[in-house]
Design a binder for this molecule. Structure first.
Ligand code: SF4
Length: 430
């Protein structure tokens, strides 16, 4: 079968797509870029906000409209929270909810491949990621979360914590490395909870990946700032573990964090960041901040700004709180009006830009290893390559189009920072 895979939302959805892609290829089916050519179209939906749910619905309709002949398979958080509604929507042939999505390829082959012969066995010495223009692999290490942050629907849609077996993850990473992948990103719903259900831990997993694989670069996706094992930061002594962590703070006021039912106080968070910075030079901490959470007073807002400024971040994802049906926070009183949310979001964006500039300027003149990823033409006979430093700063360089940098790790000197584009300019060395 020709299969088209599409994901909305988080990196975990993307990691699941990569798992499905390898599973289909192993069985001789072909993963293709063009949905209109596919026999089966698989959509991994998102429902983190009301907006994301709307987007999932819209994309389902468009995929069906563009290729009414193909079988449409829908999975992910929207398909789990509204399973019946999705199953009865026009063009949907199969719904696989989050609790069964690891078996999605099997279910699709059982349902649809009876009358189609496998096309060609995919030669596995090159990762299907490259076909999809990707240079780094997202690795799903666990699913689900035991916590109940009041604004979060993910914990509802994805259920309790379940970790993949450590040996399976190590095997997957070794195969990807053989296929030319040079960077992996460990992802899940509650990454810090890895191993809580199978007698392991995130520390043991990372140690095994450093000891039992040759993957040059290992990264973390978003990690909740708690449940991190003792001596966690000692792992970064190995330079294959990239010195960057995305630690969602969400608010800079303890009273707001309490209303969010977050497991982390400001003091704990600051202490964690201090540990990381003391242990690892140029360690980059990025974060998420929700502005306008129900009941957020002017005093709490000022506290939030002061805390964010005091800690300092390489980058901040800023979200204006949007009420999500099915969460506790949606029922809280004192919902903040949109004008206030808008002005607070603008204030936080200004602060975030200032902090990002000072973090990036502090890197200038450093020489670091960059994994060069994508290229674009940049005028006559020239191409613009972009990639990331070990501590996850975006960089770019312009070279002659005779130079091939894609998927290569090369030393580069950081020479300038473009505030408008948030990108470091570099000189790379051959
Ligand atoms: S820890 Fe993260 S995934 Fe779990 S409930 Fe809170 S926000 Fe949601």
């Amino acid at each position: 079968m020709k299969i088209h895979l599409k994901a909305l939302g988080c990196r975990l959805n993307e990691a699941e797509l990569e798992q499905w892609s390898s599973a289909f290829s192993r069985e001789g089916h072909r993963v293709i870029k063009d949905a209109s050519e596919a026999d089966v179209v698989v959509l991994n939906t998102c429902a983190v906000t009301t907006e994301a749910t709307k987007k999932s619905r819209k994309l389902m309709n468009r995929l069906h409209r563009e290729n009414p002949q193909s079988k449409l398979v829908v999975s992910g958080c929207y398909a789990t929270l509204e399973e019946e509604e999705v199953a009865t929507r026009l063009g949907v042939d199969l719904v696989v909810n989050n609790h069964h999505k690891d078996a999605l390829p099997q279910k699709v082959m059982e349902a649809f491949s009876a009358n189609t012969m496998p096309l060609i066995a995919m030669d596995s010495d090159e990762s299907s990621l490259f076909q999809r223009g990707k240079q780094r692999a997202f690795i799903k290490i666990q699913d689900g979360c035991r916590y109940r942050c009041t604004y979060c629907i993910v914990t509802v849609a994805r259920g309790e914590e379940r970790s993949r077996a450590l040996a399976d993850i190590v095997d997957e990473v070794n195969i990807l490395h053989q296929q030319g992948i040079q960077e992996i990103v460990l992802t899940g719903v509650h990454v810090g909870g890895y191993g809580s259900d199978n007698d392991s831990s995130l520390f043991l997993l990372v140690k095994a990946l450093l000891d039992d694989t040759d993957m040059p670069r290992i990264r973390f996706a978003s990690v909740e700032p708690w449940d991190l094992p003792e001596s966690f930061f000692s792992l970064f002594e190995n330079h294959r573990l990239m010195p960057h962590m995305h630690l969602p703070l969400q608010s800079g006021a303890d009273s707001v964090l309490r209303r969010m039912s977050r497991r982390c106080k400001i003091a704990d968070f600051s202490n964690l960041v201090r540990q990381a910075r003391n242990a690892i030079p140029d360690f980059n901490v990025t974060t998420d901040i929700i502005v306008g959470f129900p009941g957020e007073t002017e005093k709490e807002w000022q506290q939030s700004l002061e805390t964010v400024e005091a800690i300092g971040f390489g980058h901040i994802h800023i979200f204006s709180y949007s009420s999500r049906e099915g969460t506790k926070a949606a029922g809280l009183s004192n919902q903040i009006n949109n004008d206030v949310k808008k002005s607070r979001s603008q204030e936080m964006h200004l602060l975030a830009a200032k902090l990002k500039t000072s973090f990036h300027q502090a890197q200038l003149n450093n020489t670091v290893e960059v994994l060069w990823e994508s290229q674009k033409t940049a005028g006559e006979g020239q191409v613009r390559y972009s990639g990331y430093t070990p501590n996850f700063c975006k960089v770019e360089t312009i070279v002659s189009n005779t130079v091939l940098l894609e998927s290569q790790i090369k030393k580069a000197q950081l020479i300038d920072f473009s505030e408008n584009r948030g990108i470091l300019k570099v000189i790379y060395s051959l």
